[in-house]
Design a protein around this ligand. Sequence first.
Ligand code: KG4
Ligand code: ZN
Length: 359
Amino acid sequence: MTGQASTTILGIETSCDETAASVVVRDESGRGRIRSNVVRSQLDEHAAFGGVVPELAARAHVEWLDHIIAQAMDEAGLALDEVDAIAATAGPGLIGGVLVGLTTAKALAASLGKPLLAVNHLEGHALTARLTDGVAFPYLMLLVSGGHSQFVLVRGVGDYERWGGTIDDALGEAFDKVAKLLTLGHPGGPAVERIARSGDPQRFKFPRPLLREERLDFSFSGLKTAVRLQAEALAPLTDQDVADIAASFQAAVTDIVVTRSRQALERFKAELPAEPAQLVVAGGVAANQEISAALRAVVAETGARLVLPPIALCTDNGAMIAWAGAERLALGAHDKLEVAARPRWPLDTPDMKVNSDAA
Ligand code: KG4
Ligand code: ZN
C-alpha cells in the first residue's frame, strides 16, 4: 500500500497473563518497525496455582499496565500525543484482563483525541508475520498457543477462513496438563520439551486422535488421558519414566501437527493453485524445537515457505496488537469508544471485515 502516511501506533495486550505494551511504526510503504515492545509476564503470580487464575490476572493488569505503557513510550522515545492511534486487544480472552486493557485504551484515545482500534487478539497473531517478514497475502496460519489450536486461511486484513481447530484442548494446554501430571511445573511446554531431551520417544506408543480422518481438526484430550493412564500404571515414576513419557507425548503431538500441516498445505495448493504456498506459525508452542524442526521438514518436502517469527513475537505481546491496529487503520478502519470487550470472538466472523464506513 503506497502513498500513505507513516503511522505510529501504541498497542496494548492484556487478554491472558502477559501485561504488554508496544509502539510500532508502519511506514509509507506498509513496512513495520518495532520501536518498543515491553512484556511483563505474570508467571510468578500464578505459579502456586498451576495455571492462570483470571481474577489475579485482572488485578495484576490493573496494577502494572500504566507502568508498562509508560516504559513502552519511554523506550520508543515518544510522548503519548505523538502516537497516531491506540490499539488494544478487545477479545477473545479472559474478560477481566481484556476490560483493563480496552478501558485504558479508550481513556487514552478519548483524552488524546486519537482513533481507537479494538483488535481481535487472534488477528494480532495472524498478521505478525507481515510485521516481521513482510509476508504477502494469502497464507495459511497454524496458531498453536495455550488457548488456541487452529488452521486459518489468511486472505487479507479482516478476511479469514477457519480450516480446522481443536475439538477439546489447545495444544499448549495439553503440554501444560501433561507437565502438571508429571509435576514439571507451569508453564508446561518448555518443561516437557527440556525433560523430553533425555527421554525415549519410542518407549510408549501414545494415540494420535483423529489422525486417520481427513478433516483438519485436532483432538488432544484422549492423548492426555493415555498419558495419565500410563503414568498411573508405572507409578512411582523414576526420572527416566518421566523423560520417556514426556518424549513419547511430544513425539505424538509432533506427528499430529506435522500430518495436519501437510494436509493443510495440500488443501492450500488445491484451492489456491496460483498462489505460492506459505505456512506461518504463531503462538507459544512455536517455541518447541522438535515441532518447528518437523514443520521445516514438511514445508521443504511440499515446496512451501515456512515463516516462523521470532519467539518473542509468537507469544503474546503488544507489538502484534499495535501492528494489527496499524494494518486496520491503513485501510480506514477505527472503532467507536462504546465498542464492547468480547470473551469469545472467532476470526471468521463477518464483523472482522474492514468496513471503514461503519466506524
Ligand atoms: O501464545 P502463548 O504465550 O499464550 C497464549 O496461550 O496465548 O502460549 C503459551 C503456551 C503455553 O501453553 C506453553 O506451555 C506453550 O505455549 N509453550 C510450549 C513451549 N513454550 C511455550 N509448548 C511446547 N513447547 C515449548 N517449548
Ligand atoms: Zn495469544
